[in-house]
Design a protein around this ligand. Structure first.
Ligand code: MG
Ligand code: MG
Length: 273
């Protein structure tokens, strides 16, 4: 990836990106509710494909570097980039990470969440909570005048302070007319370093947090990243615009009051089947 400066988005660009972001949120909600014991990850992918078409959007991931699905679905020790399949059955106690994006009028939005299926272990529950909260700690640092690595530092401090580890092999990213734009946004780093944040930048922040060590490996399908120690992993992501007054999460429904975003993420946890 080149090290160009990030593209600043106009307010007209942000209007379109917010539309894309709301569609991503709505479809993620539907997929989270469909992640029940006995359903397959292939079924969830087809649900997403149908909803994308109904909402007049296009899938962001299908065909991206040859990825076959509309959504990445990663279970338990899978970190990211799980390929949906009719052979992959979701079970009670699983952690299901859904990573999903769409394109609307040429602009991308990208978001992810991890949902527990039914009753999960205490560690799994804590891992979800810590990953989600670490993302919001990072988002709080997305203000004009701060530096890029202030964001990752906030994520890392939160995660490591709770005894978990931050994956290094995958990072967040700028987003806009392309899914992955400059700059790369690691979920770790030295505060006070990196480029100066400006209003109009849009970043996808996406901590991947492991219960054990941070190392991952790629399975023989060429896509699925799993934890090297095969312990659990969780993933949350939002597409966030940096506004003059601070962060503005684009991958949420309309009318969420500032400061309530964390509570809203909780609303996606599906009922026990
Ligand atoms: Mg994503
Ligand atoms: Mg992303």
């Amino acid at each position: 990836m080149s090290r160009g400066s990030p593209q600043l988005k106009s307010s007209a660009d942000l209007t379109v990106m917010r539309r894309a972001g709301r569609i991503v949120w709505e479809i993620l909600q539907e997929m989270a509710a469909a992640a029940r014991p006995g359903s397959t990850t292939g079924q969830i992918d087809r649900l997403a494909e149908r909803l994308i078409a109904e909402k007049g959007a296009e899938p962001a991931f299908k065909g991206y570097r040859g990825f076959p699905g509309c959504v990445c679905i990663s279970l338990n020790d899978e970190v990211v980039h799980g390929i949906p399949s009719d052979k992959r059955v979701i079970r009670e106690g699983d952690l299901v990470s859904l990573d999903f994006g769409v394109v609307v009028d040429g602009f991308f939005a990208d978001s992810a969440l991890t949902v527990p299926v039914g009753v999960v272990s205490e560690e799994a529950r804590r891992l979800i909570d810590v990953t989600r909260a670490s993302m919001h700690a990072g988002i709080a640092a997305m203000r004009p005048g701060n530096r890029l690595h202030d964001i990752g530092h906030a994520v890392q401090q939160y995660v490591e302070g709770h005894g978990f580890s931050v994956v290094r092999d995958f990072v967040g990213h700028g987003i806009g007319r392309q899914l992955h734009e400059e700059p790369q946004l690691p979920n770790y780093g030295q505060p006070g370093t990196g480029l100066r944040l400006k209003a109009g930048m849009v970043l996808a922040i996406e901590p991947m947090v492991n219960a054990g060590t941070p190392e991952v490996e790629i399975l023989s399908d060429g896509w699925t990243a799993v934890t090297l120690d095969r312990r659990l992993s969780a993933h949350f992501e939002h597409t966030v615009a940096i506004g003059e007054g601070g962060p503005d999460i684009l991958t949420l429904p309309e009318g969420v009051p500032a400061g309530r975003e964390g509570q809203l993420d909780l609303a996606v946890i599906p009922k026990t089947a």
